[in-house]
Design a protein around this ligand. Structure first.
Ligand code: MN
Length: 204
């Protein structure tokens, strides 16, 4: 199992980070052990002083493949959730300056908690018509709508599958909207999909 994470997929977030708007999807991987060993707990890593939350719609691949068309991609998943793409922002800044890849700031142990999986049908069946929010300690921090994605989900799946086989159980994080910010030990993060709480994470 692997995590495939999309970067820069919402205009307002790309702007807040000072990124150029991508011409094609940008992605990176997280390893299987980015899923926290203790559900609902994110242990703050000792190597960073500036870890940020990024709430993202997560898609679980049921039937994967290689070189998928967008039509085939639409049949690859049936359940969705929310995930948090924890990012060591201080290390990311260093990596960007050095022109180095992002593994140490994005792909570390426990960096990708995921909430409960819910059938997309329960939310009406259209993955590009979902709203989601993140609260930190009860305060609203991020608010997103999947219609605002630069590259929609089926296009993302088709694109990624040109480069690597998607396997059943793989999880795709589809990018974060604006409003990212830091977390501290003791914080509690709650993510809501169409108003339903699907993920709770406590920073330890
Ligand atoms: Mn992200």
């Amino acid at each position: 199992m692997k995590f495939i994470c999309i970067g820069k997929n919402y205009l307002a977030h790309a702007r807040e980070m000072g990124w150029q708007i991508p011409q094609e999807p940008m992605f990176f991987f997280k390893p299987e052990n980015a899923l926290p060993s203790q559900a609902g707990i994110f242990p703050y890593p000792e190597f960073s002083q500036d870890v940020h939350y990024e709430i993202e719609v997560a898609v679980r691949i049921d039937a994967g493949g290689r070189n998928l068309t967008e039509e085939q991609a639409a049949g690859c998943y049936s359940h969705i959730s929310l995930g948090i793409d924890f990012t060591a922002r201080d290390l990311q800044k260093q990596q960007k300056e050095l022109g180095f890849p992002w593994e140490i700031c994005k792909s570390f142990e426990d960096s990708a908690p995921v909430g409960s999986w819910i059938p997309l049908e329960e939310f009406g069946g259209d993955i590009q018509n979902l709203s989601f929010t993140l609260e930190v300690n009860g305060e609203g921090k991020q608010q997103g709508a999947t219609r605002d994605m630069i590259f929609p989900v089926n296009q993302l799946i088709a694109h990624i599958s040109r480069y690597v086989t998607l396997d059943p159980g793989d999880i795709m994080f589809t990018g974060t909207p604006e409003g990212i910010g830091p977390v501290q030990p003791g914080d509690t993060l709650k993510g809501y999909l169409e108003g339903t709480e699907v993920i709770t994470v406590t920073v330890q």
